[in-house]
Write a protein that binds this ligand. Structure first.
Ligand SMILES: Nc1nc2c(ncn2[C@@H]2O[C@H](COP(=O)(O)OP(=O)(O)OP(=O)(O)O)[C@@H](O)[C@H]2O)c(=O)[nH]1
Ligand SMILES: [Mg+2]
Length: 528
């Protein structure tokens, strides 16, 4: 195998998705801990709490205990190079999650054992299905009283029409939860129940018949385990990797991320089952990961990761080639050249310059606003990767600074946040007022918080008599201009200067559509 092929084969790029609070960020921290801990073998104990993941790094995330944006992190384990994306569960931030799913090859769906499939999990699952992203399932929080494992498996199969194969099996539940039996390898890795971040070595056991099981576990628990495993093996088909890769079947792992139970098994599952980087669609052809030339696309922009420096980082997924630091890439939207001199890789606790990267890798590229979500970078070929949508907002409000003199500063902050994709921002044709559009109300609060903490501009959101926005497109650009001239009161521009129609209600949209038959009023816009 060539070096390029070998590097691609060992990469695993995956997202963690679920309804809010199921434990994605906790699982992220534990995967990083296992990854890092095992890599550093023994040296980690001393560092203990110092190895804290930086998944929820934003101030508002720490204050509220929820994730509002996707975090990217890289780590190595068992010879594999992982790129993990921890997504926010709250539906108001789902656009960020949808875009993230365009950049991964597989996903872990986390379920709360007491709650099963929740609404947002279901929606995100549908997005994965549309994109043919294979899914591993992690049933979390077994240290609390939850639902019976058989009924959870049944729910996944029934509500998602997804076949299940348990990959591990819980021993007990709630206060009696002792660990998980690894059904794929027929072994038991008994972990000490630890809330802290220090890891204890597991005790290995071979097969359900191993007499060590009887020594390690209480008699009742062993008996129940043997019975249940026999039953579940009778009920569920063995794991067929092809069916998993095609998205028809999911391996189901059980555990408690908080207590380190079942995390090792999931990590091993990613190594053995999750696919390496796949080919990616463009407007003209599919790009294969082992093509020699570098291609990449930007799926996320994040401003102010380092608030002192007002930095702005574009996250790109490499799709092919062997990327080297300092390389010159072409931004195909503008034709401009870009020297990528400081590509960043995000590790558990800090960031590092990346000297090289391959398909599947996620790199952060610091820039001053040149790169946008949806941008394609190549070594010259005029390609455009597709599949990164932008959605029409469902709620609009006018935003003003508390201090009227700071309106210009506010404009700059809003444009940056819009480029990040945090919200839609429109400047009205008449009066030049700023209108912010979002999918869910919590976004207004987060945006106000961020403008205040990151730009030091206290702002107020005010209701407006507007319902939604539509991007205006036509085969003849002059027709768009005629519309804008004739409807100045309803026209605006988005952050990229694209013309937008601001609608007062459904009737207004319908009526305008009839009056201007040559125009297309678009609800979504491909970010190219
Ligand atoms: N009892 C128990 N609690 C857990 C476990 N895993 C996570 N939690 C708790 O569940 C809560 C939510 O955990 P997070 O990891 O922040 O959840 P999340 O899915 O990242 O949430 P969002 O990103 O906001 O969607 C926290 O209070 C965790 O401590 C577990 O295994 N057992
Ligand atoms: Mg989270």
């Amino acid at each position: 195998m060539s070096d390029l092929k070998r590097e691609i084969a060992r990469r695993r790029t995956f997202a963690i998705i679920s309804h809010p609070d199921a434990g994605k960020t906790t699982l992220t921290e534990k995967l990083l801990l296992f990854g890092g801990a095992i890599q550093l073998a023994g040296a980690v104990k001393a560092r203990g709490d110092a190895r804290r993941a930086r998944s929820d790094w934003m101030k508002v995330e720490q204050e509220r205990g929820i994730s509002v944006t996707t975090s990217a992190m890289s780590f190595e384990y068992a010879g594999c190079a992982f790129n993990l994306l921890d997504t926010p569960g709250h539906q108001d931030f789902s656009e960020d999650t949808y875009r993230t799913l365009s950049a991964v090859d597989s996903a872990i769906m986390v379920l709360d054992a007491a709650k099963g499939i929740e609404s947002q999990t279901r929606k995100l699952f549908e997005v994965c299905r549309l994109r043919d992203v294979p899914i591993l399932t992690f049933v979390n929080k077994l240290d609390r009283e939850g639902r019976d494992a058989f009924s959870l498996l049944d729910e996944v199969e029934q509500t998602l029409a997804l076949e299940v194969t348990p990959a591990s099996w819980p021993i007990g539940m709630g206060t009696d939860f002792l660990g998980c039996y690894d059904l794929l390898h027929d072994r038991l890795l008994l972990m000490e129940r630890t809330k802290g971040r220090t890891l204890t070595e597991g005790v290995a056991c071979d097969g359900l018949g191993d007499p060590r099981l009887d020594q390690l576990l209480p008699g009742r628990a062993v008996k129940q385990l043997r019975e249940e495993v026999e039953m579940v093996r009778g009920l569920c088909q063995p794991l067929d990797r092809q069916a998993f890769l095609e998205g028809h079947r999911t391996p189901v792992f059980f555990g408690s991320a908080l207590n380190n139970f079942g995390v090792h098994e999931v990590l091993q599952g990613l190594v053995e089952l999750a696919p390496p980087p796949r080919s990616q669609p463009t407007q003209t052809r599919r790009v294969e990961p082992d093509e020699p030339k570098v291609t990449a696309f930007v799926f996320k922009i994040q401003a102010n990761m380092d608030p002192r420096h007002h930095d702005r980082i574009a996250f790109m997924r490499l799709c092919s080639g062997h990327f080297k630091r300092g390389m010159r890439l072409t931004q195909t939207r503008t034709g401009a050249d870009l020297f990528v001199r400081t590509p960043l890789q995000f590790l558990a606790q800090d960031r590092e310059l990346a000297d090289e990267a391959f398909a599947g890798d996620i790199l952060g590229v610091p820039n001053h606003g040149k790169l946008r979500i949806g941008d394609t970078l190549t070594e010259g070929e005029a390609l455009r990767f597709t599949g990164i949508p932008s959605f029409a907002p469902e709620m609009l409000r006018r935003v003003r600074p508390e201090d009227p003199l700071r309106v210009k500063h506010l404009g700059r902050a809003l444009l940056q946040l819009a480029e990040e994709g945090v919200a839609r921002v429109f400047k009205q044709q008449v009066g030049g007022q700023w209108i912010v559009g979002v999918v869910g109300a919590l976004q207004f609060e987060i945006i106000a918080d961020r403008i205040r903490t990151e730009y030091n501009i206290p702002v107020r959101f005010e209701p407006v008599n507007l319902q939604t926005a539509r991007w205006i497109e036509a085969d003849d650009p002059a027709e768009v201009q005629r519309f804008v001239d004739a409807n100045q009161g309803d026209a605006a521009e988005d952050h990229a200067g694209a013309p937008v129609f601001l609608a007062r209600n459904d009737w207004h949209i319908e009526r305008t559509g009839k009056d201007w038959p040559k125009l297309r009023f678009q609800k979504t816009r491909e970010q190219t």
